[in-house]
Design a protein around this ligand. Structure first.
Ligand code: ADP
Ligand code: MG
Ligand code: ZN
Length: 634
């Protein structure tokens, strides 16, 4: 076996093979030690019919040597004698550490000599032979690895991202399906034309924008709008969410972006929709521990792709976010998302329109007025309204009715706003206390002319609340005056005030916790945001109350300790004054309070209309009483 090895070794002694095997030897350092024996043994055998160092020098002197190959690493010289047959192997000679004498002699006698390094190649070829055993082993191990788990198979082909974006050849959504956001629709009408007839713009040299950013709170119809554009232009709709770009493995996001754009280019003209772009598009270098992370790579790839195609290649990118303030400024530069379209929560008219759209495929009783529903739902987004009508339809089906009536709408509104209805309390003491608390809110809300009208008071628990007082906001809540804010604070404190008046200080409950939180918030805003206190018209807080990592982290407090103390005392003053006012009002109208609480406990719900009627009757009674008393007191 070993001899065979040696023969093979000599035959394979071609320079190309040596270089390749040398590289292998370098990569598997641990192996030469194990197979070092092969060349050593072979060498001993060869030495038997060889010359000594001295004999070699003698032969050189005599001029019998034709050629010498010196191998410094193995300290061997291969000697070819003159008159030797061409196919006989060279004679091997053991060298010394320093062979200067020999080399000088060879030079002097003009003998052809050179250096070779057979040792490395020998070891390497030895390795090669042994690798034949190892390679199948490694291959086997790989096979096992592949089969073992899903995760590891994912790990092996990461980077070749699986397509995570969705493609819809036809969205089937039209502009008619989007309502209540007319301005946004008008602006985007143009995008449809870009996609449909780009010649109209390119003919006169206009650059077609590449990207449009839709900015607005969730549920206002941004996705719907993007789909409608694709639907109107009848082009394919590619969509991906920003959060899907950001994955565990570095580089996956970037390769997803590449894939997406590649597919889009193949299908141009088309529309790419990137939802939640803030998930990838945040200001770079802002996060704590920032630096060159996965998200940044993804964002860079996105920017590169956007720069990489011409405006008139027929691809339009629409991105949606509700946080335009955190976006990287590079995204908003010309040639990228240079157009911004605001998609806000709808106003009264908008809500009517949206309700119309969503009632198209529902059976609604003729007595129901969409206008009235729109009035009852300020602040609802398109998604909320769609949900509201759906809830009403479900309730109608459950009650086995033919068509949705106002009763189902009412219940659905309550459900959407405050969660599921529970069953009324039986325990009469806490029921009484909650009754006073709620009537306290409602009575003050009714007595103060700056307050929104009561819609209903109820003792039926809902979600977290044990009882509830609903107010109808009179008009759109655009501007709110100082006296309206104070009225709200007073009415919100009415619950606790009633508890204290009726049951005394030691008996007040935790029921007012949420109220107090709201009150403090409102009062603080009056002082720091709206300039409605003695501190004057100053804004003492930055616009955003949330802290973004890295951005607003640093400049959180913009005022001194001294101002902070003043703010606190102003807030306290506002709240205290309102609380005193609330208690005064309730004491003054104690009879009305008792009357209303009795009624509420009996009926569990009092409608706003009835509530106002009872309060008015009491006010008239009071007025009569003062009138009758007047002559007496004079
Ligand atoms: P966003 O993407 O802004 O969060 P969506 O477009 O996903 O909101 O809206 C969710 C659903 O709400 C839509 O599928 C649609 O049924 C309804 N909707 C939202 N806004 C509108 C609107 N302006 N007009 C009609 N329906 C709307
Ligand atoms: Mg959306
Ligand atoms: Zn309350």
């Amino acid at each position: 076996m070993k001899n065979f090895g040696k023969k093979a070794l000599i035959k394979q002694h071609s320079p190309k093979r040596v270089a390749w095997a040398g590289a292998l030897a370098a990569s598997l350092i641990m192996l030469p030690g194990i197979f070092g024996g092969t060349p050593a043994l072979a060498q001993q055998k060869a030495e038997r019919d060889s010359l000594t160092y001295g004999e070699l020098i003698q032969k050189t002197d005599k001029g019998e040597v034709k050629r010498v190959e010196l191998d410094e690493t193995e300290q061997i010289a291969k000697v070819y004698l003159k008159g030797q047959k061409p196919d006989t192997p060279p004679i091997q000679v053991r060298l010394l550490n320093q062979n200067t004498e020999l080399i000088n002699k060879l030079k002097a006698k003009n003998v052809d000599f050179g250096e070779i390094s057979s040792a490395n190649s020998r070891a390497a070829v030895g390795l090669l032979i042994n690798l034949m055993w190892i390679l199948p082993l490694v291959a086997l191990m790989l096979l096992f690895l592949r089969r073992s788990t899903n995760a590891s198979s994912q790990a092996m082909n990461f980077g070749k991202s699986k397509a995570r974006f969705q493609m819809e050849a036809k969205t089937g959504v039209k502009f008619d399906d989007v309502a209540g956001i007319e301005e946004a629709k008008e602006e985007l009408q143009e995008v449809v034309t870009f996609l449909k007839q780009p010649e109209r713009f390119t003919a006169i040299g206009a650059r077609i924008p590449k990207g449009v950013l839709l900015v607005g709170p969730p549920g206002t119809g941004k996705t719907l709008l993007a789909k409608a554009i694709a639907g109107e232009a009848s082009v394919p709709f590619f969509s991906i969410s920003g959060s899907e770009f950001v994955e565990m493995f570095v580089g996956v996001g970037a390769s997803r972006v590449r894939d997406l754009f590649k597919k889009a280019k193949e299908n141009a003209p088309c529309l790419i929709f990137i939802d939640e772009i803030d998930a990838v598009g945040r200001q770079r270098g802002a996060g704590i521990g920032g630096g060159n992370d996965e998200r940044e790579q993804t964002l860079n790839q996105l920017l590169t792709e956007m720069d990489g195609f011409e405006g008139n290649s027929g691809i339009i990118i629409i991105a949606a976010t509700n946080r335009p303030d955190v976006l990287d400024t590079a995204l908003l530069r010309p040639g990228r998302f240079d157009r911004q379209v605001i998609v806000d929560a709808p106003d009264l008219k908008g809500r009517q329109e949206i309700l119309k759209v969503h009632s198209r495929n529902k059976k609604i009783d003729a007595s129901v007025s969409l206008d009235a529903i729109a009035r009852r739902t300020p602040g609802f987004t398109g998604a909320d309204l769609a949900n509201l009508l759906n809830e009403a339809a479900i309730l109608t089906a459950r009650r086995r009715k033919e068509a949705i009536t106002i009763l189902e709408i009412d219940d659905a509104v309550d459900r959407v706003v405050a969660g599921m209805e529970g069953t009324a309390l039986v325990d009469s003491k806490s029921k009484r206390l909650i009754g006073y608390h709620e009537v306290g809110h409602a009575l003050i809300g009714t007595l103060l002319k700056d307050h929104d009208p009561v819609q209903k008071v109820t003792l039926i628990p809902r979600g977290q609340a044990l009882g509830l007082t609903w107010f109808t906001p009179n008009e759109e809540q655009g501007l709110v005056s100082r006296s309206q804010l104070k009225a709200r604070i007073t009415a919100t404190l009415g619950g606790r005030a009633a508890e204290e008046i009726v049951f005394g200080k030691p008996e007040v409950t935790t029921g007012a916790g949420n109220d107090l939180q709201q009150v403090t918030g409102m009062a603080r805003q009056m002082v720091t945001k709206f300039g409605m206190s003695e501190l004057g018209p100053l804004s003492l807080e930055s616009q955003s109350t949330e802290v973004f990592l890295g951005r607003d982290w640093m400049n959180k407090s913009e005022y001194s300790e001294e101002i902070a103390a003043k703010i606190d005392s102003q807030v306290r003053e506002i709240v205290n004054n309102c609380y005193i006012k609330a208690k005064e009002l309730l004491q003054e109208h104690r009879i009305a309070l008792e009357h209303l609480v009795d009624l509420l406990i009996d009926q569990e719900t009092i409608d706003g209309e009835l509530f106002r009627q009872i309060v008015t009757e009491h006010l008239q009674l009071d007025a009569q009483m003062t009138d009758e008393k007047l002559p007496v007191s004079h």
